[in-house]
Design a protein around this ligand. Structure first.
Ligand SMILES: [Zn+2]
Length: 208
């Protein structure tokens, strides 16, 4: 029996990827089993509403990327994220602090080697008009990772430092924002932008 449909009553606020009415005292949420990664995270966030997003900031030069430039924006050369570099050029930004762009939950912090190096992913839940939604921010080529998988973080918290993926690149932060957590890492480049958001545009339109 696949996709068993259950109805779950959750008191006092939100829970799932589907349409949710914020502020409702009680409501019914349709949950598809097996739970998607997004739905299981939504249930977890329901228990930790103090970690719901209060807006988004840039991941370097807190809060607005002061002292940094975006060397390769979204879809430049089919790039699927932003590449943040220090204005000093070269490796002058090596070891600089990377900040969480919002409140959230660390879903991955792992050394993948190759072109990715150390990668961290953080899921963030936010209210958008009448709905609750989730994005995943992804930080790659890190030198140090300062938080671990399973940890809750606040906007602007130091989560790592800028690295070079074990010497493959000049130091920079590759930063993506995706519309759902847990997708394959992918290639970092591609014409098909399904599932990827323009990080700079997203952050600029969700500042607080
Ligand atoms: Zn990149």
């Amino acid at each position: 029996m696949k996709n068993l449909l259950l109805f779950v009553v959750i008191a006092a606020s939100a829970a799932c990827g589907a349409v949710i009415q914020p502020g409702a005292e009680d409501h019914v949420v349709e949950v598809q089993y097996p739970l998607s990664k997004k739905d299981s995270l939504m249930l977890l966030f329901h228990e930790h509403q103090e970690f719901w997003s209060d807006g988004f900031d840039f991941p370097v030069g807190k809060p607005d990327a002061k002292g940094y430039y975006n060397a390769q924006g979204f879809q430049k050369n089919e790039h699927l994220g932003d590449d943040w570099n220090g204005r000093g050029g070269g490796n002058t930004d090596f070891g600089d602090t990377i900040y969480s762009i919002s409140n959230g939950y660390v879903t991955e912090a792992f050394q993948f080697y190759g072109g990715w190096g150390k990668v961290m992913r953080i899921a963030s839940v936010f209210r958008s008009k009448e709905q609750v939604d989730m994005v995943e921010s992804l930080y790659a080529h890190m030198n140090d990772m300062l938080v671990k998988k399973g940890q809750w973080v606040k906007k602007g918290q130091a989560i790592g430092t800028i690295g070079n993926a074990e010497g493959i690149y000049l130091a920079h932060l590759h930063h993506e924002i995706r519309n759902a957590p847990g997708r394959d890492l992918g290639a970092g480049y591609g014409k098909d932008t399904t599932g990827y958001l323009n990080p700079t545009l997203f952050i600029k339109s969700h500042r607080r």
